[in-house]
Design a protein around this ligand. Sequence first.
Ligand SMILES: [Zn+2]
Length: 167
Amino acid sequence: MSEHDKIRELLALAAADALTSAEEKQVAEHVRSCIACANELGAWRPIASELRRLPTPQPSSWLVQATLARAEAKLTEQAEHDWNRRVMIVVVAFAWLLTIASWPVFQVVSGRCGSLLEPQFSHTQFSHTQFGQTWISFAAFTALGWLAGGVAAVMLAVRQRGERGLA
Ligand SMILES: [Zn+2]
């Protein structure tokens, strides 16, 4: 690409004062020795000044409001998503804690364990079948705890969806 072609591409920008100072200098130098470019730059000048006189399109306040509202909705959605996840974690952790904490109580209630400080499985006379039964009931108890946690989570989710539907 020749110097002339390169400068020609810059002329419109030069007229609009949109060049870097280095480019501006290049254009000014070329125009001094090139009639064609000088004429073209002269033709661009009034167009550029007319363009500059046009009102700059301002984003309407309506558009700004709509964009802001959309951004806010997205943020809220994100926050809600994060909140839901946190609630899930808490519910699951709570179910676990509840299961573990209430297991000795459950044992006492079901009469399997006389003393909390002396769990049955440390007893020498603790038979194999009893041990198996204990684990089966523990598994059932854990499942129950998980089920309770799951039900709580589902209820929460349903309630939240209902609230969002009303909003
Ligand atoms: Zn030229």
